[in-house]
Design a protein around this ligand. Structure first.
Ligand code: FAD
Length: 425
């Protein structure tokens, strides 16, 4: 078993990093080479701005290359609860922002001819308990009436046509959305950004951003420094660099994934005939999907801990038990990959984007961000260009998480709480 991301391990080998020292002057410095940063660099370069992107490690090596591979529409949280929290109009705006984000991913794949196995097969949320299904039915009514007619409620009898497991009591299918190979998409975006003139630097962790008296910023990195008129911070739940203001607003929560050996066409046709992106309704939920070569990518929170290799393996064993509970016939299936990554969780699980202290930022996608990060890269290029109204998150306040100093000491407590709650939920 490889303790690394399947997406990164099987991405095309490409060289898009610039070998020269970081130096010079640019219109925009983008810090972070995940989907947010790459998409922003692409959009800015396309409109003629000079752009330098700096990543602390490998481009696409953060959450963008380590996720579950799903590109889903709709909000991550219950739509009814979101209406209760924000009111109908704002909740609808959030839902529609995710629909636009899926469109953005599909548009960029098409415009830049990115070969990333994109499959528009929708997302199926699976009810893990009978009363979860009743709740899903109410949510489906609300979504259908208020915001999205491209959905279908599937009852406990028909669910077997979608997924062969006796653990599910029905499901909610949201058809707009898909899945893709995240490593191929990251490489495709990086190559497109370069083609349009952006300069990309790998292994260039940024250690300081200093406002210049004459305007603009000096950005210092391990590979040199440059000056930039504007800076976009696209660092996700970064542990390094001068981002403590952001760290106090984000809980970096580990999420873990295993990938099986190829299952074979017969098993796939029987267990997952429609190749959806699947999630379950438990609080400690699982998410899964197939790869183009018929492996099962199976993820979940498993444990509330950071992602590190020994910890990833332990989480992987928990995930394998979850997998076999849902699909007993996969008990002997080999696990080929196991890894973890950090989710940039905000208190309300909604992203934040805008400007703080003169610096632009977009992050906090809370585990629902492959589409939104790509979309927000494009949006932030508009915002930097003066179109603040393009930002769907412009009027969301962002107070620090109470008691959070930047190190997530509270995660084990939250994990225990969720595990207990899951039993009764
Ligand atoms: C295990 C897991 C599963 C997930 N599954 C899904 C899913 O199925 N569907 C979904 O929609 N979302 C999912 N997500 C979330 C999604 O992957 C992220 O929301 C999205 O990729 C965030 O992109 P980003 O560009 O903002 O951040 P990242 O991809 O994390 O990129 C941030 C980059 O910033 C760099 N950086 C940090 N500090 C510095 C510094 N000081 N200097 C320079 N560079 C720096 C990092 O090296 C990194 O490359 C998942 C996340 C995880 C971890």
């Amino acid at each position: 078993m490889k303790l690394e991301s399947y997406w990164l391990d099987t991405a095309p080998i490409a060289s898009f990093g610039d070998d020269a020292a970081v130096q010079g002057r640019v219109d925009v410095a983008v810090i972070g080479g995940g989907f947010t940063g790459l998409s922003a660099a692409l959009a800015l370069a396309r409109r003629g701005a000079s752009v330098a992107l700096l990543d602390a490690g490998r481009i696409g090596g953060g959450a963008s290359g380590r996720n579950g591979g799903q590109v889903n529409t709709g909000v991550a949280q219950d739509f009814g609860a979101l209406i209760g929290q924000l009111g109908l109009e704002r909740a609808r705006r959030c839902y529609l922002a995710y629909a636009s984000a899926v469109d953005t991913v599909e548009r960029l794949i098409h415009e830049e001819s990115i070969d990333c196995d994109y499959l528009a097969s929708g997302k199926l949320k699976l009810a893990s308990k009978p009363h979860h299904y009743e709740h899903l039915a109410k949510t489906a009514d609300l979504i259908y009436r208020e915001v999205d007619q491209n959905i279908e409620l599937i009852d406990g009898v028909r669910i077997g046509e979608e997924v062969q497991s006796d653990r599910f009591y029905g499901g909610l299918l949201q058809r707009h959305g898909g899945q893709m190979h995240m490593g191929k998409f990251a490489v495709g975006l990086a190559q497109a950004a370069r083609r349009h003139g952006a300069t990309l630097y790998e292994h260039a962790p940024v250690s300081a951003i200093v406002k210049q008296s004459g305007g603009g910023y000096r950005v210092a990195s391990a590979r040199g420094e440059l000056t930039a008129t504007n800076v976009l911070i696209a660092t996700g739940p970064s542990k390094h660099g001068p981002f403590s203001w952001y760290r106090r607003r984000i809980a970096p929560i580990g999420s873990f994934i295993i990938v099986t050996e190829p299952l074979g066409a017969d098993v796939v046709a029987r267990l997952f005939p429609n190749r959806r992106a699947y999630t379950t309704t438990r609080l400690m939920h699982n998410y899964f999907r197939l790869t183009a070569d018929d492996r099962l990518v199976f993820g979940g929170r498993a444990r509330f801990t950071a992602s590190e290799q020994p910890s990833d393996e332990k989480s992987g064993r928990i995930l394998q038990r979850n997998l076999v509970e849902l699909f007993p016939e996969l008990a002997r299936t080999r696990i080929d990959y196991c890894w973890g990554g950090l989710v940039d969780m905000t208190a309300d699980r909604l992203p934040r984007a805008g400007q703080h202290d003169g610096l632009y930022f977009s992050m906090g996608y809370s585990g629902h961000g492959t589409q939104m990060s790509t979309h927000m890269g494009q949006v932030m290029a508009d915002v930097i260009g003066g179109r603040d109204d393009a930002n769907p998150w412009r009027d969301f306040a962002w107070p620090a998480i109470p008691g959070h100093t930047g190190k997530p000491w509270f995660l084990p407590i939250v994990g225990t709480y969720y595990r207990i709650k899951d039993v009764f939920y």
